[in-house]
Design a protein around this ligand. Sequence first.
Ligand SMILES: [Zn+2]
Length: 210
Amino acid sequence: MLGTGVLEAGPDQRDHPDPPCGQESFAVLRRYVEVMTAPTVEVRRSARRRRTVSAYREGDTIVVLLPARMTEVEEAHWVEVMLAKIQRRSRRQPNDSALSSRALELSERYLDGLARPTSVRWVDNQFSRWGSCTVADGSVRLSQRLQVMPGWVVDYVLIHELAHLLVPDHGHRFWEWVNRYPRTERARGFLEGVSAAAGLPDAELGDAED
Ligand SMILES: [Zn+2]
């Protein structure tokens, strides 16, 4: 017995165990995700620039504008500084209300608005799964460890959990719903890749409680 109820799998609770994993491997996970999602950097030098350095995102590329006269060492330094700055800025400010409205949006777009969760929360006690839901009370929980993942991966886990409110098992009907989200295959591959790269057992293979 785990006591909280949240980590227990009952007949009405569908879980997606990922490997047992504490803070240390969380750092490992974060590093791998950063590598897997590293943006392309394009450095553009301008003779007109004297001292100012700037950077902006252009699709999947981060463009860094530098003065033409900078040395290679200065360039390396400033590229790193500007990348860190842009990535900090674009990092999601995770909170439950943003997560809830995202869930409703996704339900509307991919599940005909039929999945109607009563609560959607980030939780920090799920080291053994990416997300879980309780069909009986309509609650959905996502592991905070997903906060380092790209938004489209978080969307997949949300849709997966929301779809369980419609179909509790992993049968054909379940995947019909989930596959309406066009990035489902890619997101599953991403999560498998993260687990594999970090030397962790595959999350979905451990999904024995469903
Ligand atoms: Zn599932």
